[in-house]
Ligand binder design. Structure first.
Ligand code: HEC
Length: 198
């Protein structure tokens, strides 16, 4: 189809469209600044983020973890001893916030926002190297601690290995795994099982 519109009016349409876009952008930025400065955004832990904010943060976290964890070299995972060690680490450091099969999170974790969820399906969302990265470095402004200051690298990988088997554990398996592991961690209370987990 031949274009019969004179070049002058075409230019005018383009200019008007560009100006409208710029003005709309400025108006949105100004509105955001007003909401922020007036203190209208709710930052309490008794209400969730607005959906668009939540989506933005969630997406940002996902891309960030994927990007930063891409270079992580994964050691062999899943040896029974390593998994049992991971169960001990999990029971001691993670279960209070994330709970476990048949085991609720601690009361204090229920008052957090974002609420730390169960990690049973974490292996479905994240690669092992990403689970390692999250556990090691934590998640900013969420209450997920950085465990690199508290756990050795071997323990970090052991808990990653444990998260890998978590979906296969019944409440009984979980209680047994963490029970044996805990007993092994405190040999004074159960000297007979201590050898099994070492
Ligand atoms: C003080 C509470 C707390 C403790 C203890 C804790 N976490 Fe978290 N964890 C969180 C919070 C809060 C989040 C973020 C939840 C969200 O963004 O929805 C999180 C998120 C995660 C995630 C990402 C989950 C997902 O699917 O996006 C993983 C994996 C994780 N934690 C692993 C661990 C491991 C492993 C440990 C123990 C070594 C641990 N956490 C201990 C509070 C905790």
């Amino acid at each position: 189809m031949p274009n019969r519109m004179p070049p002058k009016s075409k230019r005018l349409i383009l200019k008007t469209a560009a100006a409208t876009l710029v003005l709309a952008g400025l108006a949105a930025a100004a509105a955001g600044a007003i909401v922020l400065r007036a203190g209208w955004y709710d930052t309490t832990a008794t209400s969730q983020h607005l959906q668009p904010v939540h989506t933005l943060l969630e997406l940002g976290m996902r891309y960030s973890v994927r990007n930063h964890a891409s270079e992580v070299r994964v050691p062999p995972l899943g040896a029974p001893r390593q998994v049992l060690r991971g169960a001990a680490v999990y029971a001691a450091h993670c279960a209070q916030c994330h709970g476990g099969p048949g085991s609720a999170q601690a009361k204090i974790a229920q008052s957090m926002q974002p609420l730390p969820g169960p990690l049973v399906d974490a292996g479905a969302h994240w690669q092992p190297r990403e689970l390692y990265w999250i556990t090691k470095h934590g998640i900013k402004m969420s209450g997920m601690p950085a465990w690199q200051f508290h756990l050795s690298d071997a323990d970090l990988w052991s808990v990653v290995a444990f998260m890998g088997v978590l979906p296969t554990l019944s409440a009984r398996d979980y209680a047994q795994a963490t029970g044996v592991a805990n007993a092994a961690g405190t040999p004074a209370s159960a000297p007979t099982t201590a050898g099994a987990a070492q």
